[in-house]
Design a protein around this ligand. Sequence first.
Ligand SMILES: [Zn+2]
Length: 377
Amino acid sequence: MLSTKKYYTLIFAYFIGFVGVTLYNGTNTLDNTTYAISDGISSKRAKAEPVSGIPVLAYHQIVSDTWAAQKNNFYTLDVGTFRSQMEWLTKEGYTTIKLDTLYAYVTGKKTELPEKPIVITFDDGTKGFTRHASEILEKHKFTAVLFIFPNATGKDRNYLNWEDLKKALNKGHEIETHSFTHPLLTKMSLKTQTAEFTKAKKLAQEKLGVNVKWMAYPFGTFNKHTTQALKDSGYTGAFTVYVGDNQRGQNPFFLNRYLVLHGQTLETFAAKIRQKSLPVKPALEPGSFVTEDSEIVFEIPKGLIKENIRVEVGKEFIRRNKNTNFSYEEKSGKLTVKVKNIYGTYVNVTIVVSGKNSETRRSTILYIGKRVWKQLK
Ligand SMILES: [Zn+2]
């Protein structure tokens, strides 16, 4: 299991999901015109292709109802809740798809998609998958993706072993990695990250005979070297834990996932799955170092009303400045944000756009604050 220190590090990842749920309550929505713009596709094409984004779910440990009643941990979900979530997905007509299909979609390639595609993932490779989740998934004809960190594989009775993983593969599930040792990547160099990712990929491939191409960021964080390290290690893309679906044109190294955590209602679960992300192109690569008073430029959809845009800069995920100053050029879609009051390690810039009719769209981009930079030097 994870150490206490790691546990506290995990807690902040929770707040991304939590914040994501609370923020769009009570706000209005984007109108249809904006919708088409933000999808990056014409209205004509939108009709021909009804899928307007693919949600990805991120689970951790699934535990028995009795265990869950005794212990309260964000990352352990009772099997009863998991079962009702899978029933809801079936009732709503969702079909799980493979990562290759998701990749084809986000990179704009032609691909066959079900009417309501979804990806279900599990981080850490814990035994709850075979003890509880596998049977329920099978019943609903769902397949999942397991992100394992091979350093823990088969380590003790809490983690799946290679035999368990082979069985999961035979049932149609996919096995990808979560790095080798589950470290905090924000503090690591290009060289050490490349070694981590290569080792994880190599071992999983040797043991399972599969081609490992994807990673889920441990603790949901990364730094400016991470994308390069993943490319150098032969990965195709990676997953964060930021709220929002995945749309055409999205960077495959920063795919969104909805964290499914203990204590969320079915309504929250449904709202998260339906939450669309705002297409954002940051001029500064996510995971880069930012200083106090630095300006970060983003390209967001053109023609939005400035009053409907809100920018929040997070300090360690919890203390957020909801009234961050920014400028927006309607003609070009250029959004400039001034970063203020960096006290912590992580700087999360969340851009929220609300429209009149249907829904609010949001996107979060992670940067690294001053403190970690000093350690890297
Ligand atoms: Zn993890």
